[in-house]
Design a protein around this ligand. Sequence first.
Ligand code: FES
Length: 226
Amino acid sequence: MKLTSEEKNKLISAKDENEWYSICEDIKSHRNGLYPNDLAREILSIYQNKFPVNKYPAWEELKLDLINRKSFLSWLSIGWMAFAAATGGFFTIIIRFLFPNVLFEPPQSFKIGYPDDFESGKVDLRFKKQYNVWIVRDEEKIIALSTVCTHLGCTPNWLETERKFKCPCHGSGFRSSGINFEGPAPRPLERYKISLANDGQILVDKTKSFKYEKGEWNRKESYFKV
Ligand code: FES
């Protein structure tokens, strides 16, 4: 038996669920306390329209709870990520502290070949890049010159046609002997200790340098006699 239009209107205008259920009880009482199937279906469809599931306070609470839980979990994961990053950074610092960067410098003492490998009157540039020295040979001797400008430490260039070292920074000029003759450099280039090793090669030792202005170019270790 279907709902009468009066029953239907009553259900549709029920103010809340309490009223809804009392109307339902009333409907039931007029049918020997039973809902036939098609009646139950009709009542259910009105009920679902009137009280959609997502309007249940309990559902709202559950949704809120889920959202809170979700945001809690995302905060938790952000927290974990921050913790992992901080821990990683800390251990990186510790590892860097335990194993500091090692600066590999070229050896201060090195062999450059045999005396005959160097031509008289020539400035040999082969060792400039790796060892910061020029090897200069003249009629009497071979010297190892420092490539550091005595003005402010730039590296001059050897100009073959002009037969001079010219500093690109402030224009100081040096002869092939290392003597300064132009620009602001206050003193000649320094020379390094040079000698003959047991195997007949020339050995340069940068731990020992010689300054012209101190009269050190007269020392035997400051040149190799050929
Ligand atoms: S650094 Fe060489 S001239 Fe100034």
